[in-house]
Write a protein that binds this ligand. Structure first.
Ligand code: ADP
Ligand code: MG
Length: 694
């Protein structure tokens, strides 16, 4: 065979027949170049070899030994052949057994020294190795070094694949080009591509592997970040409705409070989009209680002043009503017409609303998913607002904006996500952060207590409710192993039944004079809304709940949040729950109850008692639990990454994002000759997801 190049079809390689070709294709491998990008999933350190006596048992190791005899074949039964031989060194003897590898008989000659790589098992004084990799000690290829372990498929061995890859590397490495500019390599101390490719497959040492990996991770994040930035820019480059100039002071006069500096900044960022002639796609992220509603109100107000209607969508009926009340109070005095549409608006009432909407007699329509109903038609929709975005899919957001001809879109989220991740998860949106709470808030006093303090907590509940306050009590619903809970630990709330029973028990024996109610996710939406309304209007003292209350209704009178089995929650989730209290003028409390003795869990929970800053909590959560909790909220549909890992490589992600921003600020279209390599790779990364955000 000619030496392969990047384009060589894999069936031109020796040993690749139709069956192996199919197996390779199944892994997405078609040409020589594909092999270079097919990175190992793991490595075996075969650098060190042992004597028979010293080899540690139970893990794969290299043992150097001499074949003491001709391998002999036995047939155990039909279809199973064993080849066996004895291998010896100065320290002992081991039996080597191969299953169904008849060729071994011819491949091993007595008297020669071999390296056997496999797991050594010891039974008393005898030891044995089964199906090892072996080769002559004098010409090692697969031992004496760190070997790649690839993800495989039936019909393909790791050895064979490693062989193909090595052959390709040897032939093409000299002509592999470097897509990253010198300046970038220098600045971030990155290994060159040639080095990285060789060492990601066949590392000289563990240090070289680390360098190789670091370079490839950075590179992958860089392409991803550049691609997302370009997408974002393309979006915001689309022509949008041009709203009238925004008069901040005129709007501010409508509010019963002065805006915080953060609110002002974010409103200005949004107003800048709205008046620019570019279409707005903006995410406003802000901790619970940071005052995002006022920001949305500013945009709706500007939309109405500019002659357009706004749609304001909330995930629950209760929240929709809350927004309806707030917006009406703020904006009706200046003549804006606000209406509410939920599933409970029916019949002639709904008909009237539809025609008012179409006639342009409604400026702001607040509602639930009902806003997406087929009958809903605007005269001139200029702005779509979605609150608590993580409850909405991208598709719903798109459906909402499809109600108009390309309206501006504002998305609000109270789930603080580290900026690095937000840039990826909301890759299609510009991001504004409300990083300041309105003044005068007393922080929620947070305590971490053990099960032994339960009686004291119950007394505290009684005291607060006597003062007229209300209490949330949240229980995680979790799959538990039977016997997981020790006796005396109050709630063993592994299923709904036990939560229901627990609530009944609280009412009957612990708080007989208080009004206790239960809220859980299996209830019908109607029932949930009823319970929440009753709590809001003060008809319930203690609301026991699974985590359904996470998304936010404002009950200013609720002053105590008790969280059972707190160790079962992520920090961000706990922070969200805590945000349900402290919304009024009363000093509020959050009590985390845990029976755990695990130091790491306790440290984590303790961190929460010390800070109220959602973003720093989210960063901590990301470090401890990885991004799964964040990504869980959203089908992200991002390009598949080969080496980089959002959780483990956060620092590289940050660096790469900065590098991407700098790069695009000097060369927005990557047309400079030293950047064409990057552009090509970005296009390649996004080639399979041309419309990831549509
Ligand atoms: P978010 O939606 O960000 O959780 P909200 O918009 O519901 O927060 O606001 C929380 C509470 O804070 C509301 O009662 C609101 O009236 C009040 N609020 C908002 N902005 C300010 C401000 N600048 N000063 C004082 N109170 C404010
Ligand atoms: Mg809100």
């Amino acid at each position: 065979m000619e030496p392969p190049n990047l384009d060589t079809a894999l069936n031109a390689y020796p040993g690749v027949g139709p069956a192996r070709l199919r197996a390779l294709n199944r892994l997405g491998l078609f040409r020589g170049g594909d092999l270079l990008d097919y990175y190992p999933r793991d490595y075996e350190d075969r650098t060190r070899s042992y004597t028979i006596r010293d080899a540690p048992p139970g893990e794969p190791v290299c043992v150097r030994a001499m074949a003491a005899e001709l391998p002999w074949l036995t047939r155990v039964n039909q279809g199973l052949e064993l080849v066996k031989l004895k291998a010896v060194d100065d320290t002992g003897t081991m039996t080597v057994t191969f299953f169904n590898q008849r060729y071994v008989r011819a491949a091993i000659s007595p008297g020669e020294s071999y390296i056997f790589f496999g797991i050594l098992e010891r039974f008393g004084s005898s030891c044995q190795m089964t199906n090892p990799v072996f080769e002559l000690e004098s010409s090692p290829r697969f031992t004496g070094r760190i070997m790649p372990v690839y993800s495989l498929t039936a019909g393909l061995s790791n050895h064979f694949l490693a062989g193909l890859t090595e052959r390709t590397l040897n032939a093409v490495l000299d002509v592999v080009t470097e897509p990253l500019p010198e300046a970038l390599l220098d600045r971030f101390h990155l290994a060159r591509r040639q080095f990285a490719l060789r060492n990601i497959h066949f590392p000289d040492s563990l240090d070289s592997l680390e360098l190789a990996r670091r370079r490839l991770v950075f590179e992958e994040f860089l392409y991803l970040s550049v691609g997302l930035s370009m997408l974002r820019r393309r979006r915001s480059g689309e022509g949008g409705l041009v709203f009238s100039p925004f008069a901040m002071e005129e709007f501010a006069r409508l509010l019963p409070f002065p805006l915080t500096a953060a609110q002002r900044r974010v409103i200005e960022e949004a107003a800048c989009d709205l008046t620019s002639g570019r279409i707005m796609n903006r995410l406003v992220q802000g901790d619970v209680g940071s005052g995002k509603t006022a920001i949305a109100a500013a945009c709706c107000w500007l939309s109405a002043k500019s002659g357009y209607q706004s749609a304001f969508m909330a995930p629950t009926e209760l929240l929709a009503k809350q927004h309806f009340r707030t917006l009406t109070a703020l904006l009706a005095p200046s003549g804006l017409r606000v209406a509410l549409l939920t599933a409970s608006v029916k019949g002639s009432e709904r008909k009237a609303l539809y025609s008012a909407l179409l006639a342009g007699e409604i400026d702001i329509l607040v509602g639930t998913h009902a806003l997406l109903s087929p009958g809903v038609a605007f005269r001139s929709l200029g702005l779509a607002v979605a609150d608590e975005q993580h409850r909405f899919g991208v598709a719903q957001r798109a459906a909402l904006s499809a109600k108009g001809s390309r309206p501006h879109v504002l998305v609000m989220s109270a789930t603080p996500i580290p900026r690095t991740l937000a840039l990826i998860m909301y890759g299609d949106l510009d991001i504004s952060i409300v990083d300041e709470l309105p003044p005068g808030r007393t922080p929620v006093a947070t305590f971490l207590i053990g099960e032994d303090k339960r009686t004291r907590i119950n007394r505290f509940v009684e005291k607060l409710t006597r003062e007229g306050r209300q209490v949330y009590m949240v229980c995680p619903l979790i799959e538990e192993q039977p016997g997981d809970t020790s006796p005396g630990e109050a709630p063993s709330l592994s299923n709904l039944k036990s939560v229901i029973a627990y609530t009944a028990q609280l009412q009957a024996t612990v708080f007989p004079t208080l009004r206790v109610a239960l809220l859980h996710g299996k209830m019908k939406p109607r029932e949930k809304e009823e319970v929440m309304s009753a709590f809001l209007s003060g008809e319930i003292d203690v609301l026991v709940s699974t985590t359904v209350i996470e998304v936010g209704v404002d009950v200013p009178n609720a002053a105590l949040m008790i969280i059972e089995n707190a160790e079962r929650f992520g920090l961000s989730q706990l922070h969200q729950l805590r945000g349900r209290v402290g919304r009024g003028t009363h000093q509020s409390y959050c009590v985390l109850i845990t029976g755990t003795k695990h130091p790491e869990s306790l440290r984590r929970l303790n961190a929460l008692t010390k800070t109220g800053d959602g973003f720093s909590i989210a960063e901590e959560d990301l470090k401890l639990r990885g991004p799964g909790d964040f990504f869980g909220h959203r089908q992200h549909g991002l390009p598949h990454l080969k080496v980089a890992d959002f959780a483990a490589d956060t620092r590289a992600l940050k660096e790469a994002q900065n590098a991407a921003e700098e790069l695009l600020s000097v060369d927005p279209d990557l047309t400079a000759s030293e950047h064409t390599g990057i552009l090509k790779q970005v296009k390649r990364l996004f080639e399979e997801n041309p419309d990831i955000f549509n």
